[in-house]
Ligand binder design. Structure first.
Ligand code: AVJ
Length: 340
C-alpha cells in the first residue's frame, strides 16, 4: 500500500487555511481496486454469496445514503443528532480532547456538534477525519477550515480494517464512530476493531460510539424497507459499482432488495435476491457467477444493540464505561468509553 502526503505537514497556527489542512493517503485508487477485486472474488465464489457493505459508497451510493437519513422511516440519524445536541457539552467536558478522530466521517455533518462543544471548551486542536472516500474528506476539510479558524484538519484516506493503527493523534484523544456503522461488523470483526482502537488510543483515550438499539420488529423492518425504494436503490448500487469498477454485467432489475430483522441474531439482514436463474460475468476477475432463481446474496448486516451486550463487548476489549445517553424514545444510544 502506498503512503503519500499531498500537503505539507506541520501546519502552524495562524497560517492560511490550506496550511491547516493535511491529507494522508493510505489507500489510493489502485489499492482500492485491488481490495475490491479480492473481496468481490471471495464473496461471489463462496456459499452463501456475500459482498461487504463498504462497496455501496461510491458518489451515488453516498448520495443515496444521505437520502436514506432523511426518510421518515429511518429514525437513526435524527435520533443520534438529537442526543448530540443535548449531550455534546458533557462529552467535551469528560474527554477534554485535543484530537478528535472521526471514523468513516463522510461529510462530518453530525460531528460538527462535537467539534463545536470541544471548540467551546477550548481543548480541541486537531480534527482527524478518516474515510475511504478522498473527495468527501477534501470537501469536508475545506468547509471545516472556514468554520473553525483555530482548527487543524489532518484528513486520512484509509480503510478501517487495515489502517487504524496509522491514524495520527496528539494529546488527549477522542475517537468517534457515529451512525451505528459499527453494526455493519459481525461480532468477531467488532472485537478486532475494538482491539485495534484500544491499541491506537492507549490508556486514557476515549471512544464515542453510536449504536442503534433493539426495538419493535415492525419499525426495524420499515426502516430498511422504505416506501420510496431508496434503500432498495442503495442496496442495488453495489451492483453498479461492480459493473463499473470490475467490468461486470449485473442487471439491477434482476435483483430484489430484501431486508428483515432477525430476532435471534438481533440484526437486520440485508440481501439481494436473484429474481431469475442467471449467470453474471465479471470480466476483471475472469469469473462467471451463477445465481439460482431466488438465491440470496448478503450485502450488509445492521446489528442492533442492547446496553448489557455492548458493555460486555467493550469491557472485553479493555474499555470502561464513561457515559451512556439515549434519545427520549430510547431508540438509539450514544456511549462513551475510556481505555483502562
Ligand atoms: C450506515 C451502516 C449505519 O445500517 O442503518 C441504511 C446503512 N443500510 N439503510 C445502517 C444502511 C440500509 C446504515 N449504516
Amino acid at each position: 500500500m502506498g503512503s503519500l502526503r499531498t500537503e505539507p505537514s506541520a501546519p502552524v497556527l495562524g497560517y492560511p487555511a490550506r496550511r491547516r489542512f493535511t491529507l494522508d493517503v493510505l489507500i489510493d485508487e489502485q489499492d482500492r481496486l485491488e481490495l475490491l477485486r479480492a473481496e468481490a472474488r471471495r464473496g461471489l465464489t463462496r456459499r452463501p454469496k456475500e459482498l461487504p457493505p463498504k462497496w455501496f459508497y461510491d458518489q451515488r451510493g453516498s448520495a443515496l445514503f444521505d437520502a436514506i437519513t432523511g426518510l421518515p422511516e429511518y429514525y437513526l440519524t435524527r435520533r443520534e443528532r438529537a442526543i448530540l445536541r443535548v449531550h455534546a457539552g458533557e462529552i467535551a467536558a469528560i474527554t477534554g480532547a485535543r484530537t478528535l478522530v472521526e471514523l468513516g466521517s463522510g461529510t462530518s455533518d453530525k460531528t460538527r456538534l462535537i467539534i463545536d462543544a470541544l471548540d467551546a471548551a477550548g481543548t480541541l486542536e486537531y480534527f482527524v477525519p478518516f474515510d475511504v472516500c478522498r473527495p468527501a474528506l477534501e470537501d469536508a476539510g475545506a468547509a471545516l477550515l472556514d468554520e473553525y479558524p483555530r482548527l487543524q484538519v489532518h484528513a486520512v484516506v484509509g480503510d478501517f480494517d487495515l489502517h487504524l493503527a496509522a491514524i495520527p493523534h496528539e494529546g488527549p484523544t477522542l475517537v468517534a464512530f457515529l451512525g451505528s456503522t459499527i453494526g455493519n461488523f459481525p461480532a468477531p470483526a467488532r472485537a478486532e476493531l475494538l482491539g485495534e482502537l484500544r491499541r491506537m488510543l492507549g490508556v486514557g483515550g476515549f471512544f464515542l460510539v453510536g449504536t442503534d438499539l433493539v426495538k419493535d420488529r415492525a419499525r426495524l423492518d420499515a426502516a430498511y424497507n422504505d416506501s420510496r425504494g431508496i434503500t432498495a436503490a442503495f442496496n442495488r448500487n453495489v451492483l453498479r459499482v461492480l459493473n463499473r469498477d470490475l467490468d461486470a454485467d449485473f442487471v439491477e432489475e434482476r435483483f430484489e432488495h430484501v431486508a428483515a430483522f432477525d430476532p435471534e441474531l438481533e440484526l437486520v439482514d440485508i440481501r439481494l435476491r436473484s429474481r431469475v436463474a442467471q449467470t453474471v460475468h465479471v470480466a476483471a476477475l475472469g469469473l462467471n457467477v451463477a445465481f439460482a432463481a431466488g438465491e440470496e446474496m448478503r450485502t450488509e448486516i445492521s446489528t442492533k444493540f442492547r446496553r448489557t451486550g455492548l458493555e460486555r463487548e467493550l469491557r472485553a476489549s479493555g474499555f470502561s464505561a464513561a457515559g451512556w445517553w439515549t434519545d427520549r424514545a430510547g431508540d438509539f444510544a450514544l456511549s462513551l468509553w475510556r481505555v483502562g
